[in-house]
Design a protein around this ligand. Structure first.
Ligand code: PAF
Length: 198
């Protein structure tokens, strides 16, 4: 894609499916970078790796309500879609997929995916609903994008391991790629939540 072109912005599951099917029909490999937006250099590294190793890059931007506990920062979580689309344009991303919460979780939605073995300890001890929400939304995103290579940061190591296990256990047609952590000069791992730090 020409670097001046905007990525295609897709809001619905149906449109995304149609697009990624078309790409696969042409024999091209879809690279998928799932995010909650507020994109930083860590995310852009995932995009870079996806660009270098696949043919068509989809970045999802969706702040997933089900992975936040009742006292967590869902309302404060940074939402910067315009800047995210611009960052994706500069990085030659092909599609930005940004569904609404209603599109992702239509009325009556009640299924949950869980990986209890890997969700119980470490971060899961303090965030009891978090990994169920992550496993469920990532399953939905994988089903919406279809067979692909998906890129996750090693920064969220428990999340990476849980998703790898889920893909293996549920026979998903997704190759999960773990990408090394990007850090500030002082060693702090880049994270959208660093915006909260003084
Ligand atoms: O790592 C994240 O940003 C999120 O947990 C993910 C994988 C996009 C699911 O909402």
């Amino acid at each position: 894609m020409n670097r001046e072109e905007m990525p295609l912005i897709i809001r619905t599951r149906a449109e995304l499916r149609e697009k990624t099917r078309e790409i696969r029909r042409e024999g091209r490999v879809v690279g998928f970078v799932p995010t909650m937006g507020a994109l930083h250099r860590g995310h852009m590294e995932l995009v870079e790796v996806a660009r270098a190793t696949t043919d068509f890059v989809v970045v999802s931007v969706f702040v997933n309500p089900t992975q936040f506990g009742p006292t967590e920062d869902l309302d404060q979580y940074p939402r910067t879609l315009e800047a995210d689309v611009e960052a994706c344009r500069k990085a030659s991303v092909d599609v930005v997929y940004s569904p609404s919460a209603e599109e992702m979780y239509p009325n009556g939605f009640s299924t949950e995916v869980s990986v209890p073995d890997l969700a119980a300890g470490l971060c899961g001890k303090f965030r009891p609903v978090h990994f169920g929400g992550v496993a469920t939304v990532v399953t939905k995103l994988f089903n919406q994008v279809g067979p692909c290579q998906a890129f996750f940061g090693r920064k969220d190591f428990q999340q990476l391991k849980l998703i790898q296990r889920m893909v293996r256990d549920l026979d998903m047609e997704v190759e999960v790629v773990g990408v090394p952590t990007v850090r500030e000069e002082d060693g702090l791992a880049l994270s959208s939540r660093n915006a909260y730090l003084a």
